[in-house]
Design a binder for this molecule. Structure first.
Ligand code: SAM
Length: 301
């Protein structure tokens, strides 16, 4: 039973369905079979930028008509699309890339459709958030996703001060021309936490920079290009002070679930110590939990 706002659906006419379809964030090979089937079979595809989606459709040999649905006129566009759904049209909603309604238009139409009793189906797929998280190797299930960082430095610092005590990783989308300033503001307000900066996920020049915020700030200089996801470790994920090497090794072992080798490589690099020196300590720390059995591991250093 639908509750369409005007021109109620005649009893005999089936209302349409709204499909919210994820599309690739770079690599076109990431389109799902369900996404292709849906985009091919609906009456209409509502998209952020018809020129952009036309390219995707051309690549997939899809000839479904396109109609624009973008942030600046989202209310008005959603009302028009709802009318079509009430008349029985099957509509797919896509954004330029990734999952609609995640830092993209979509929520207004979804809410209107739900309020009208229209079926809404998620055609799940790529999202930069999920892609970055999936290869971040974070030990915790919890995280905070903040979407795009504010453009003004004052608003950014206020936000970081609010988020500073959170014990879980903080994840943001950021534009390349602002990333240096954001990294500097973060280091100043959150401390020099470990972070991961993912660039151009799923594309040819995909890369991940990892290290303390100050090191990332140094590395990105002014030349960073492409699309970015930044993950900053939470307050509880901070390593103990470097003075106590044993505690630091235990933190890598227990909190980060690092292997002995990973911990040695990271600590030696961060503290500029010889690997052999850290390895000797690490062996003792790891043997606290692994009882000695005859021959120990060969010292690779
Ligand atoms: N709805 C999209 C999603 O599900 O990921 C996000 C859209 S938002 C307008 C675009 C932002 O997502 C970019 O500025 C960037 O921060 C991030 N992003 C999108 N594609 C990316 C990629 N291939 N690599 C890294 N970040 C990406």
């Amino acid at each position: 039973m639908t509750h369409c706002p005007s021109d109620p659906t005649p009893a005999a006419q089936q209302p349409g369905r709204l499909y919210v379809v994820a599309t690739p964030i770079g690599n076109l090979g990431d389109i799902s079979l369900r996404a292709i089937q849906t985009l091919s079979s609906v009456d209409l595809i509502a998209c952020e930028d018809t020129r952009h989606t036309k390219k995707l459709c051309r690549h997939l040999n899809i000839t479904t008509p396109l109609v624009s649905y973008f942030r600046e006129r989202e209310q008005e566009k959603a009302t028009a699309l709802l009318k079509l759904l009430c008349e029985g049209k099957q509509i797919a909603l896509v954004s330029d890339a990734g999952t609609p309604a995640i830092c993209d238009p979509g929520a207004v139409l979804v809410n209107k459709a739900r309020a009208a009793g229209i079926d809404i189906v998620a055609i799940a797929g790529p999202s930069a958030l999920a892609a970055a998280l999936s290869i971040a190797g974070l030990p915790l299930a919890d995280f905070f996703f903040g979407g795009f960082l504010p453009a003004s430095a004052t608003a950014r610092k206020q936000l970081f001060n609010t988020l500073a005590p959170l014990p879980y990783p903080l994840i943001f989308y950021e534009a390349p021309h602002r990333i240096r300033a954001s990294l500097a503001d973060m280091a100043a307000t959150l401390g020099d936490r470990q972070a991961l900066l993912f660039r151009e996920l799923t594309k040819i020049h995909e890369e991940c920079l990892e290290g303390p915020l100050s090191v990332l700030h140094e590395k990105v200089k002014d030349r960073v290009k492409g699309e970015l996801v930044l993950i900053v470790h939470g307050a509880a994920c901070q390593p103990p002070p470097p003075e106590d090497l044993d505690d630091l090794l235990r933190w890598y072992r227990d909190e980060q679930h690092s292997s002995l080798k990973q911990a040695v490589v990271r600590i030696a690099a961060d503290l500029d110590l010889p690997r052999s020196q850290v390895y000797k300590k690490a062996l003792a720390v790891w043997q606290e939990i692994v009882p000695r059995t005859g021959a120990g591991p060969n010292n690779p250093y």
